[in-house]
Design a protein around this ligand. Structure first.
Ligand code: PHE
Length: 357
């Protein structure tokens, strides 16, 4: 009888294909009410002579079954490991990842270059809302209600709200970020503010949405010399030429006094533009000493704090540096144009590696 049971159990153990099935066989044989355990319990009620015969047989049965289960268990575990190793295998001869798709738009590239160059000069990057109110975009910048400069800006206004209190507009320049920064930070201040700006204007060199970068420094004892040095250093780093010549022409902006428009020397030899020399001039930015009224509007004492500011079209910088001729194509989303003019995503501009491409 023990032989039959042993044979049955060994067959069942052999047939168990999973750890769960094997465990079920173990419980049915060696568990509290298992078949082998039930036989072991009969030993207690046996006559001593019978126990002498059956005791060793039953113990042998239990040991054989226990051993067979343990052996099967490790066989199943080894098989499971084999299967896992086989399915987890990776083919190292395949490319690790597909090449990055897409490219960096020239405007994003130039913004990154600007941030890199000015970070090295100690400027932080500041941002502000594109939907502005009249006060930040105009009034605080010394452009009161009736000022003709308001008309010059071709402003996109939102319809007046039901409360008739505040008419919002799309910011016409990044200069309101100057105001927001002076209101929220104590001087000394050194920031650039790159971002989108809007004016109702459209031709080969104007689009209704365009990009500007604003620069602002507020500290004690700031003068035009600081402005000139900063712009020269910036232009040299940006165009990656050492013999840059800058020309400052007197100009007018309501928020700076004195104001200067800045031209960079260039040449058109052979029909292509190169930056450097003083054969010809290209206007690249507006600048000046921050008007005392602007400093005052931000709650600072102009007797104590002075500063300079400049503003410059990012799109124009990109066109000059990378040779695009029509500003409108920047925003056409034409895949052929993008493929031609975009930059490789992993080529991050650094001063040490070169800010250009
Ligand atoms: N905000 C001016 C513009 O859009 C540029 C500028 C900025 C000029 C700062 C001077 C100082 O034309």
């Amino acid at each position: 009888m023990t032989e039959t049971l042993q044979a049955e159990l060994l067959t069942a153990i052999d047939a168990a294909g999973t750890p769960e099935a094997l465990e079920a066989v173990r419980v049915a044989a060696l568990g509290k009410s298992g078949s082998v355990s039930a036989l072991m319990k009969t030993l207690g009620g046996m006559a001593p002579e019978q126990r002498l015969v059956d005791g060793p047989r039953l113990t042998a049965l239990r040991e054989t079954v226990t051993g067979a289960i343990a052996a099967k268990k490790s066989a199943l575990e080894a098989a499971a490991l084999e299967a896992k190793l086989a399915s987890d295998r990776i083919d190292l001869t395949l490319p690790a990842a597909t090449a990055p798709q897409g490219g960096i738009h020239p405007i994003s590239q130039v913004m990154d270059e600007l941030a890199e160059i000015f970070a090295d000069l100690g400027f932080a990057v500041a941002t502000g809302p594109e939907i502005e109110d009249d006060w930040h975009n105009f009034t605080a910048l010394n452009i009161p209600e009736s000022h003709p400069a308001r008309a010059m800006h071709d402003t996109f206004y939102f319809p007046m709200g039901p409360d008739d209190i505040k008419r919002m507009l799309l910011r016409t320049h990044t200069s309101p970020v100057q105001i927001r920064t002076m209101l929220s930070q104590q001087p000394p201040i050194r920031i650039i503010a790159p971002g989108r700006t809007y004016r109702s204007d459209s031709d080969a060199t104007h689009t209704p949405m365009f990009h500007q970068v604003e620069g602002l420094v507020i500290d004690r004892g700031i003068h035009m010399g600081h402005l000139k040095w900063t712009l020269e250093t910036f232009v040299k780093a940006f165009f990656e030429v050492d013999d840059v010549t800058l020309r400052m022409r007197p100009s007018y902006f309501p928020f700076t006094e004195p104001s200067a428009e800045v031209d960079v020397g260039c040449s058109w030899a052979g029909g292509t533009l190169s930056i450097g020399g003083s054969e010809s001039w290209l206007e690249i930015l507006g600048s000046g000493m921050v008007h005392p009224k602007v400093i005052e509007a931000c709650g600072l004492d102009p007797e104590e704090w002075q500063g300079f500011a400049f503003g410059c079209g990012i799109d124009r910088l990109a066109m000059l540096k990378y040779g695009m001729t029509d500003l409108r194509s920047f925003f056409d989303a034409d895949l052929r144009w993008l493929k031609h003019y975009s930059f490789r995503p992993l080529d991050v501009p650094t001063l040490s590696g070169g800010v250009g491409a």
